[in-house]
Design a protein around this ligand. Structure first.
Ligand code: 7TS
Length: 410
């Protein structure tokens, strides 16, 4: 078995929460696709900000306000470098993936789509990349076309080519499915869409914790993600957009900070990126995101993904060898470290409750991806998802816990 490219034992010590016990057992945290744990570097950056720098930004001439503004904008530059955006103006801070997609749907969508236009999604989108487009359908009368999946959880590329007609005016697609772990073939999909002049939004929420991202190489028009799934804090995320598109889009929310001049007759708007950042932003959270970017770059995003792949291969093999009545949902050839599964005779909720008794944190339910689970014929699964700090020993504890669950329930 390969080892990670980094020192796993010392990396684990950077995460204080991993030292705690749950129900009298050492915590085995395998719910990383829901949210990852946070390293000291992130916790301390936010603590430092509140202890030494806290002030509102872009508003005061006083020293603290300027320092806070500088720290906030430095975080934006870190994100720009992390995803290789051409300019920091292309990095809009939002509350997370969900808010980023709603912003694009309501701003770009309302300005550019009309009744009968099609927005293309895939079968395995998170609800965050379905419901905003359904709301737009109610508002504008657009249509949604859905790229189906194959039995192994891969995208049906033949169907994609057939559905990609001139009626499609926008493509919003996930890079990685949170429910199945499938990595979609964006290198094939995006050029096809771009050849027809169709702008593409990539939901990177489940991709960015596991690999280096280059939005220019991808040629995504919009790329969205949340800090909390990549070792950063909750409450902040990113909308990357190509500058020309963002320039042409109307603001979404109005308020302070996003304006140039306000009179009761007319208001002019601030330049990018502030045009899309109404109100006092999540300053400490942006600084925490910047620290998470530094942390991931220090460890190496690709090194993290490579280790998670080892965990995926090991866990999949152990589960198949040791558990009868197991069905894994999603076995695409290109997967991240996510395993969604059902066990004959054991309800997902019972698996969740019983494994929690043994200190193992995993997720159960529909994972906010009801359409794809229904398509695969289940209402709920149990799901484990790996992060940089997980170990082979933790996989063993998890598989042993599942064996106990089987014995208790059947
Ligand atoms: N898109 C994908 C692919 C996701 O996995 C999630 C969250 C979101 C969007 C929404 O992100 P948010 O930060 O705005 O909430 N996925 C999950 C999950 O799999 N379990 O909990 C949240």
């Amino acid at each position: 078995m390969k080892q990670p490219a980094y020192d796993l034992a010392s990396l684990r010590k950077e995460f204080p929460i991993l030292a705690r016990e749950v129900n009298g057992k050492p915590l085995v945290y395998l719910d990383n696709a829901a949210t990852s744990q946070k390293p000291l570097a992130v916790i301390q950056a936010m603590d430092d900000y509140y202890r030494h720098t806290n002030a509102n930004i872009h508003r005061g001439l006083h020293t603290l306000s300027q320092e806070a503004t500088d720290a906030h904008e430095l975080a934006r530059e870190k994100v720009q470098g992390f995803i290789n955006a051409a300019s920091s103006k292309e990095v809009i801070f939002t509350r997370g993936t969900t808010e980023s997609i709603n912003l694009v749907a309501q701003s770009w969508g309302r300005a550019n789509l009309k009744a009968g236009d099609q927005v293309m999604l895939s079968m395995m989108e998170h609800h965050a990349n379905i419901v905003p487009w359904q709301m737009l359908r109610e508002q504008l009368g657009i249509e949604l076309v859905i790229i189906p999946i194959l039995a192994n959880g891969s995208l049906d590329m033949d169907a994609f080519f057939q559905l990609l007609t001139p009626k499609v005016k926008f493509l919003a697609i996930t890079q990685v499915s949170n429910a199945l772990g499938t990595v979609t073939s964006l290198a094939a999909i995006i050029p096809m869409a771009k050849a027809l002049g169709i702008p593409v939004l990539v939901d990177g929420a489940q991709a960015i914790p596991h690999q280096a991202i280059d939005v220019q190489a991808l040629d995504a028009d919009f790329y969205v993600f949340s800090a909390h799934k990549m070792y950063g804090p909750t409450g902040i995320g990113v909308l990357y957009g190509k500058e020309a598109l963002l320039e042409a889009m109307p603001p979404w929310q109005g308020g302070g900070d996003m304006i140039d001049v306000v009179t009761f007759e007319k208001t002019t708007y601030a330049k990018l990126p502030h045009k899309f950042e109404a109100g006092t932003p999540a300053i400490a959270d942006a600084i925490g995101l910047g620290a998470a970017v530094d942390w991931m770059q220090r460890v190496g995003a690709d090194a993290i993904g490579a280790w998670e792949h080892e965990l995926l291969v090991y866990a999949t093999a152990q589960m198949k060898a040791q558990l009868s009545g197991l069905r894994i949902l999603g076995e695409a050839p290109n997967k991240v470290g996510v395993i969604s599964f059902v066990l004959d005779g054991a309800h997902a909720q019972d698996i969740g409750l019983l494994t929690d008794q043994l200190g193992v944190a995993l997720r159960t339910g529909h994972h906010c991806a009801m359409p794809v689970l229904h398509h695969l014929g289940v209402d709920a699964t149990a799901r484990v998802s790996f992060a940089a700090y997980n170990t082979l020993e933790e996989v063993d504890v998890f598989v042993a816990a599942l064996k106990r669950v089987r014995e208790m329930l059947i």
